[in-house]
Design a protein around this ligand. Structure first.
Ligand code: ADP
Ligand code: MG
Length: 697
């Protein structure tokens, strides 16, 4: 309790340190989205500075979230010179509200020519300022939005804030129709469960692939993987527990509600989940979680891997994005209450989400598309790239009844009998769990499970907010016109349940049959980042985003370019890293081993012609054959990687080339490389093995 929020300029601190009128005015801006009074900024800046300096801070920074997906900060000290050669500590309202970082080295997807390098950061007062602590230095971080000179969003925060406004507006229209007049604001809420791997730093340091790409590009599977199911929820190793403790302390100080921690399915894999909050703060906090994980791990001589697929052959990492929306007077709109079949407001909201997810499945898919996530989505180790919804027995039953035009009964959660007298009887949840659904209703929220472990959660939540806002607006348009509300609502729900039941699926989403079934149902199955990007510039997408003022055409086009550009760049880095490792590590070790074998054969033969050297000869033969094949594949990869540079300047075509040619070459090369690992002397093999990396923590 004492350390929680210690490094946050939170509500309690503001109340304590700001004049009453200033505090009230700021609260209004935060709560009701009213624009900020400039006089207020001056006073807040001063209070913030005093607080930060008392804590030991020397610098401040506008902390923003460019389209790289991570955060950016440029530090300025508070010092300002005086005439007598000394300094005073200053921080003005203007410095709080606005910054002007040179934007030319951030991705802009062509929005900003380099000669118009000016970018602006603007204070987001809805997310509290905080102090970042690093090796004793403290920096005041002010969460900001980042835009170009011409006003386009160059970041992940601006569209998120815009989408939250759109959702609030449309959700309120629907609430009003149900007679709710007290709510003035609806906010989407998010709890992001973060999965990650830890590896010992001494192994990490010997793996160029982990260092430069975050994943292993070579590596044959260890004799043991996750098949014993003994890691999930297992007892924490001391070293990991110590890391988690430090991480929690760090996060609690930053006001992050770090709550749950456990071993995940794959060896070396873990998860942290915070208590949910408003989407904007949850997104900022998730960035702090990822950043802190990496820093704290280093203090424990470990490295935290946030990549979606650091190791082939065991589970990858994702981020479960738990999403709901609630009113400013505290009502969770996805809470079914005790009698969901009678709760028509709830059913309307559920129907709007089902329709939104069905109508805009591809937008959701593109929101989770990253080169790393391509290894998870639609690859042989699921989750699939097909979007479907799991509602659970109770809601599926209600949905069926809606289709038939009426509601008669409801499946109630029953008492659960454990068969052991001394155990308490408890009520069964009305939905069982389904671990394979990409979009599952989990009692009072939806869990979007496709999200990539390393990505910002902004994108997926922008899409969720936007598409649900759109369908709510369609519902409101229709119902506001109705003369008989009850009748109109009944028809609307019936129609929605009938038209969108194809998106509901309660079975095993990882099975081959589901892929077939989904194709029959006409559900899209977009298996790569490159194809997913195409959705961004579709006319219907532009219309949707522009209607709700979330992104305009230029901003969407820039995101299209950036998605593709980042894909190609990532594969290019991976290809070059593989080439480097192949040439400088793997081939030399194979050559050394073959020389040793040859010398051994010669030496033995010289010593005695009666000794059988067939094992050495067989090995030498196998090794040299593999080496020839490996080298040939390496040459192909080198040639194609070279070719990629000249192939085209069309971002899509280039992405296709990297995916269909370069990436395929990499897979082929890896097969031989991994085979070599299995026969070369362990003493000569230059890379830490999967067994070491996954099991030696
Ligand atoms: P599980 O792994 O079983 O899905 P966790 O406890 O790990 O469950 O994660 C559930 C997440 O959902 C937590 O971050 C929790 O705070 C969040 N959550 C709970 N209620 C809501 C809500 N109304 N809106 C958004 N997120 C929520
Ligand atoms: Mg979960």
């Amino acid at each position: 309790m004492d350390i929680f929020g210690e490094n946050v300029f939170n509500d309690a601190i503001m109340k304590e340190r700001l004049p009453k009128a200033t505090y009230k005015s700021l609260r209004k801006t935060i709560e009701q989205g009213l624009s900020l009074d400039p006089g207020v900024a001056e006073i807040v800046a001063n209070a913030m500075k005093d607080w930060a300096i008392e804590k030991g801070a020397t610098h401040f920074t506008h902390w923003f979230q460019p389209l790289t997906g991570i955060t950016a900060e440029k530090h300025d000290s508070f010092i300002s010179p005086t005439a007598d050669g000394r300094v005073v500590m200053e921080f003005s309202g203007k410095e709080l509200i606005q910054g002007e970082p040179d934007a030319s080295s951030f991705p802009s997807g062509g929005i900003r020519a380099t000669f118009e390098a000016r970018g602006y950061t603007a204070w987001d007062c809805t997310s509290p300022a905080f102090l970042k602590e690093d090796a004793g230095s403290l920096t005041l971080c002010i969460p900001t939005a980042f835009c170009s000179y011409t006003g386009e969003a160059l970041d992940k925060k601006t569209p998120l804030l815009r989408s939250m406004q759109a959702l609030s507006k449309q959700a309120l229209r629907v609430l009003r129709l149900f007679g709710n007049t007290s709510a003035t604001h609806v906010t989407s809420t998010v709890g992001a469960e973060q999965e990650y791997f830890l590896v010992d730093k001494k192994f990490f340091d010997q793996r160029m692939d982990l260092m430069l790409t975050g994943r292993t590009l070579f590596g044959s599977m260890a004799p043991k993987g996750q098949e014993m199911e003994d890691h999930y929820f297992g007892s924490l190793k001391t070293r990991v527990a110590a890391f988690m403790h430090d991480l929690n302390v760090e996060l609690w100080k930053l006001g992050v509600l770090a709550k749950t921690q456990h071993n995940e399915v794959a060896p070396g894999q873990f998860e942290l989940a915070p208590i949910f909050g408003t989407t904007n703060i949850a997104t900022d906090h998730n960035q702090l979680v990822m950043d802190s994980m990496k820093k704290v791990a280093l203090r424990h001589d470990m490295v935290c891997l946030l990549h979606e697929k650091p190791f082939a052959g065991v589970n990858g990492s994702g981020k479960h994005n738990n999403w709901s929306m609630s009113t400013d007077d505290g009502q969770n709109l996805l809470d079914p209450g005790p009698t969901p079949h009678e709760n028509f407001q709830f059913l309307t909201i559920i129907c709007s989400i089902v329709k939104a997810v069905d109508d805009y499945a591809e937008l959701l898919r593109v929101s989770a598309a990253t080169p790393g996530n391509d290894h998870r989505l639609g690859a042989n180790e699921a989750p699939p790239a097909i979007i479907s919804i799991f509602l659970g027995d109770q809601l599926t039953d209600i949905f069926g009844q809606l289709q038939n035009g009426g509601l008669k009964r409801s499946l109630q959660g029953e008492k659960m009998a454990s068969g052991v007298e001394t155990l308490p009887a408890f009520r069964k949840d009305s939905t069982d769990r389904n671990r394979t659904s990409p979009f599952a209703f989990t009692g009072n929220k939806f869990e979007f499970r496709m999200v990539a472990s390393s990505q910002s959660i902004s994108g997926p939540n922008v899409v969720l907010n936007l598409i649900i806002a759109e369908v709510l607006s369609q519902f409101a348009d229709r119902l506001e016109q109705a003369t008989d509300f009850d009748q109109a609502l009944k028809e609307l729900l019936k129609e929605t349940a009938t038209n969108h039941k194809r998106i509901l699926f309660d079975g095993n989403g990882y099975s081959g049959e589901w892929v077939e079934e989904a194709t029959k149902r006409g559900l899209p199955n977009v298996t790569s980042t490159v194809d997913a990007a195409l959705v961004l510039t579709r006319e219907s997408t532009v219309e949707l985003y522009e209607k709700h003022k979330v992104l305009n055409r230029t901003e969407l086009e820039s995101r299209y370019e950036i998605n593709l550009e980042q894909y190609s760049k990532q594969i290019n880095i991976e290809a070059l890293t593989m080439i480097d490792m192949a040439k400088h590590q793997i081939i030399p070790s194979a050559v050394k081993y073959s020389t040793q074998l040859a010398q051994s054969i010669n030496a033995i033969k010289t010593a005695s012609s009666a000794v059988d050297v067939s094992v050495q000869e067989g090995l030498l033969q196998e090794l040299c054959t593999l080496l020839v094949s490996f080298k040939a594949k390496l040459s192909t990869l080198e040639k194609d990687t070279q070719k990629a540079i000249t192939v085209t300047d069309n971002a899509y075509a280039l992405g296709v080339f990297y995916r269909d040619v370069v990436f395929k070459d990499m897979q082929a090369l890896r097969l031989d490389g991994d085979q070599l690992e299995t026969i070369i002397d362990a003493e000569l093999w230059p890379l830490p093995t999967y067994a070491q990396m996954l099991f030696m923590l």
